[in-house]
Design a protein around this ligand. Structure first.
Ligand SMILES: NC(=O)c1ccc[n+]([C@@H]2O[C@H](COP(=O)([O-])OP(=O)(O)OC[C@H]3O[C@@H](n4cnc5c(N)ncnc54)[C@H](O)[C@@H]3O)[C@@H](O)[C@H]2O)c1
Length: 391
């Protein structure tokens, strides 16, 4: 049996725990640290309801819980403080992304893990998803030659959640480079076999979402719900029913989204990135796209060929530049985070069992945070920014 201690038992970690259990049916949530006991209990699996004990601190949970591993599923701003604490206990750790949201947090995390034997599986499903691994293997085998360029896109078809759910709280997210691009910068480095060392970025704020509607406004209280394109009835009518966002929700055009002056999530943002290898690339993310506009993936090119894939189309294309052959490979669909969540679960259970190493160790999370910090600073200052390196 695996006894897991969970810090922040929210929606995301609950969905991952279901996957951990597919890998190890004898997994039990033995301890929880979460101030919202009622909410956390409502998410607990039937198997765990009897045994899971709530603790006021991580220290008490580790001392009394007889734990084999820890998982951190709080919101973004608490990942680093809890992970620094978790590093003291040397237990295998599942850690949600972004692993930090400030330079101070990132440096604290690096220091805490230098002294620790705690091995982390950072929640980067894209890096380990089968389609990305396949592209990575083809590139490693020389399908592109030396990879010289990458163009990665992320047209997010569910981007309103960053303006009508808790994600709109900029104090928690620090913007969508941390929230979203942290995954993409990570898998781009993986595909290119090289770290990102310099960034120039731009972001647009408050041109689509945000606005002057009063704080606390929801659609059910709004007189414009018949005409507003974001009301539940219009989202349904217009074929935008992804997830639960066709229910009553916070106003996407209101003060609660923040403002460019006080900080808010961006409508769209882009980064020009340079790799340690000397190659370069571009990444762009758009949060107001919908429906068939959805696209996420990358195209890697070298002198000998181009390898490109898209997770929404579940398709990879390999073009030989100097021979008359092009391969198109279709992947199975319908998997959570394109199959990456199952891979992460396999890694984490393997780590606990001592059967494998994490493919998303803490360094991947911290490196990606440093790229996000550079992108945020560059977007704010209009300058190229060097990415801090790990010590
Ligand atoms: N890796 C991915 O692909 C992926 C996908 C979705 C979400 N996420 C990340 O997962 C994280 C959680 O998102 P969510 O939607 O599950 O949020 P959530 O609000 O459902 O869960 C957060 C939980 O933390 C608890 N909490 C609040 N304060 C706490 C404290 N001081 N100590 C301990 N627990 C505390 C809350 O009560 C809640 O149960 C976010 O950072 C999000 O970015 C990652």
């Amino acid at each position: 049996m695996i006894r897991l201690g969970v810090i922040g038992y929210g929606g995301r970690i609950n969905s991952m725990i279901k996957r951990f259990r597919l890998e190890e049916s004898e997994l039990r949530v033995a301890g929880i640290v979460d101030p919202d006991e009622k909410g956390a209990r409502s998410r607990l699996d039937e198997n765990d309801r009897k045994d899971a004990a709530f603790y006021p601190t991580v220290d008490e949970m580790v001392r009394k819980g007889g734990l084999d591993a820890l998982a951190i599923g709080t919101r973004c701003d608490l990942h680093a403080p809890y992970a620094m604490e978790a590093a003291r206990y040397d237990l295998p750790l599942f850690l949600e992304k972004p692993v930090a949201t400030s330079l101070k947090q990132a440096q604290g995390l690096e220091k805490a893990f230098q002294k620790s034997r705690c091995e982390a599986a950072v929640s980067f499903p894209l890096r380990v998803s089968p389609l990305c691994r396949l592209a990575g293997n083809l590139i490693k085998e020389g399908a592109a030659g030396s990879p010289e360029h990458i163009a990665a896109v992320n047209y997010v078809p569910y981007g309103t959640c960053y303006f009508d759910l808790w994600y709109r709280d900029f104090k928690i997210t620090q913007g969508l480079f941390f929230q979203k691009a942290t995954h993409d910068f990570d898998y781009m480095s993986f595909l290119m076999g090289s770290d990102i060392v310099r960034v120039a970025a731009m972001a647009n704020y408050g041109r689509v979402f945000g606005g002057r509607k009063p704080g606390g406004l929801t659609c059910s209280k709004c007189r414009e719900q018949d005409t507003c394109l974001e009301s539940p009835q219009n989202r349904k009518r217009n074929g935008y029913e992804t997830g639960g966002w066709d229910k009553d929700h916070g106003c996407t055009f209101g003060r609660d989204c923040g403002s460019p002056e006080t900080g808010m999530n961006e409508d769209c943002s882009s980064a020009l990135v340079e790799f340690a290898s000397g190659a370069h690339g571009v990444y762009t993310q758009v949060f107001f796209s919908r429906r068939d506009a959805a696209a996420r993936g990358a195209t890697v090119s070298g002198y000998h060929g181009t390898v490109g894939f898209d997770w929404y189309r579940n398709e990879l294309k390999r073009v030989r530049h100097h021979a008359p052959f092009t391969d198109t490979i279709k992947a199975d669909g319908g998997m959570s985070h394109f199959g990456g969540d199952d891979e992460l679960a396999r890694d984490f259970i393997g780590l606990i069992r001592g059967k494998c190493k994490s493919r998303t160790p803490i360094e991947t999370g911290i490196r990606s945070v440093h790229v996000c910090l550079a992108a945020k600073e560059s977007a704010e200052t209009g300058r190229f920014v060097k990415v801090r390196r790990l010590c």
